[in-house]
Design a binder for this molecule. Structure first.
Ligand SMILES: Nc1ncnc2c1ncn2[C@@H]1O[C@H](COP(=O)(O)OP(=O)(O)OP(=O)(O)O)[C@@H](O)[C@H]1O
Ligand SMILES: [Mg+2]
Length: 380
């Protein structure tokens, strides 16, 4: 039997290792993915060119260095070391495949999928690690998920708008009829429930106006502005809220005697939403306070609604005005989204602002009624 006829196992160990490493080196240079081979101590013994492209380290920088010193984010090192130690003592551990984070030479992290197999060359164990950079793929997936969420959100919004328009349409007729029946009943001046019927008619009137306002929102074009006295609207809103609210909230009204150009119902709905939110945030307190103030800023009036409740963490601010973001079990999360649309329809803006002390502060602007903006023949 010549030397070349001898089976591998019979060759001297050094020669077997050399042949294996030569074989690996050729294979590794042709591979499309990074391949890292370490020794039983976790020091890098082999590093193909794809590794350099992926991690940024040249071969001479890494050979003999420990994997966890260069390629693994610090927080993952303890876990890596313990699972490496476990796998190296097992005889012939099964191949392992998993997704984790890796570290580039410039310190940036990226996602990789690893496939690890232990090979015995001669009498030594070498864990082989095949690396796949899946960072771009994962980011693409996250973007797709985000787009899916956005689409689902828009679909819900659309369904909501359709439902609101249908409701506004369907309710208009019975509401009108109920108002007419009440008017007939009210002709009888000494009716025993005359006062209650009057209240009933005015409540129905408000409901009909709100529905008309919703229909107006769905129609194209902006709101038709009218001169609105802010303090009058605020008084109406506070009267209704105080009647509804069981809590101990104290409402304060600052200098709100200003005239603005707006749709009265829109302003009423915005104030109602903001004040109701503040009241709901103060439900469990006995010293709850809500203050409404207004100040002029050039052509604009800035209205602020302040409360001394728990406030809203700043990380929630970017999505606060999106629909369906409620933290309340009974609510839909439409108030702020709708309010922003209503204010913008009137030519203003609505935002949340930092405030001194605890609580939330919402502000919105409306165009002031000045001599400049008064329509021809109008009074200022
Ligand atoms: N003044 C406030 N204090 C604390 N949290 C608030 C305040 N205003 C709004 N929020 C938070 O913002 C979320 C969204 O408010 P929004 O008015 O849009 O919806 P909602 O009040 O939950 O439901 P809806 O208004 O449809 O009844 C609330 O669920 C609440 O978590
Ligand atoms: Mg609300």
């Amino acid at each position: 039997m010549t030397d070349s006829d001898m089976p591998h196992a019979a060759r001297p160990e050094a020669e077997a290792v050399e042949v294996s490493l030569e074989f690996l080196s050729r294979l590794g240079q042709a591979a499309l993915d990074p391949i890292i081979v370490s020794d039983a101590r976790g020091c890098i013994a082999y590093w193909n060119d794809r590794c350099t492209e992926c991690f940024g380290w040249a071969r001479e920088d890494v050979l003999g260095k420990r994997i966890h010193d260069l390629l693994i984010p610090k927080r993952l090192v303890p876990h890596h070391l313990s699972s490496f130690a476990k796998s190296i003592v097992i005889e012939g551990p099964p191949p392992k495949r998993y997704v984790t984070h890796a570290l580039r030479r410039d310190g940036t992290e990226f996602m990789v999928e690893l496939s690890i197999i232990h090979m015995t060359i001669g009498s030594a164990r070498f864990p082989f690690c095949f690396v796949r950079d899946i960072d771009a793929e994962k980011r693409h997936e996250a973007k797709l998920r985000e787009a899916d969420d956005k689409l689902a959100y828009l679909a819900r919004l659309n369904a909501m708008a359709t439902m609101a328009a249908a409701l506004a349409h369907e309710m208009a007729q019975p509401l009108g009829a109920a108002q007419n029946f009440l008017s007939i009943a009210l002709m009888e001046r000494d009716h025993p429930a005359h006062e209650a019927l009057l209240d009933c008619r005015s409540a129905l009137g408000e409901a009909a106006q709100s529905l008309a306002s919703i229909r107006g929102l769905v129609r194209k074009g902006g709101a038709v502005p009218d001169v609105v006295a802010l303090d009058e609207v605020l008084n109406d809103v506070l009267r209704v809220l105080s009647a509804q609210s069981q809590s101990h909230v104290r409402f304060e009204m600052g200098s709100c005697a200003h005239l603005v150009w707006a749709d009265r119902i829109h302003v009423e709905q915005v104030l109602t939403n903001l004040l109701r939110n503040a009241t709901e945030a103060l439900q469990s307190r006995t010293d709850g306070q809500v203050a409404v103030t207004a100040e002029t800023q050039g052509e604009q009036l800035v209205v602020a609604v302040d409360d001394n409740g728990p406030g809203i963490p700043e990380e929630r601010w970017p999505t606060l005005f999106e629909a369906f973001r409620s933290t309340k079990s009974e609510n839909m999360g439409m108030g702020l989204a709708l309010s922003r649309v209503l204010v913008e329809r009137c030519g203003g803006r609505l935002w949340i602002e930092h405030k001194n002390g605890s609580g939330a502060r919402f502000c919105f602007t409306l165009p002031r009624k000045t001599i400049m903006t008064a329509p021809a023949g109008g009074t200022s």
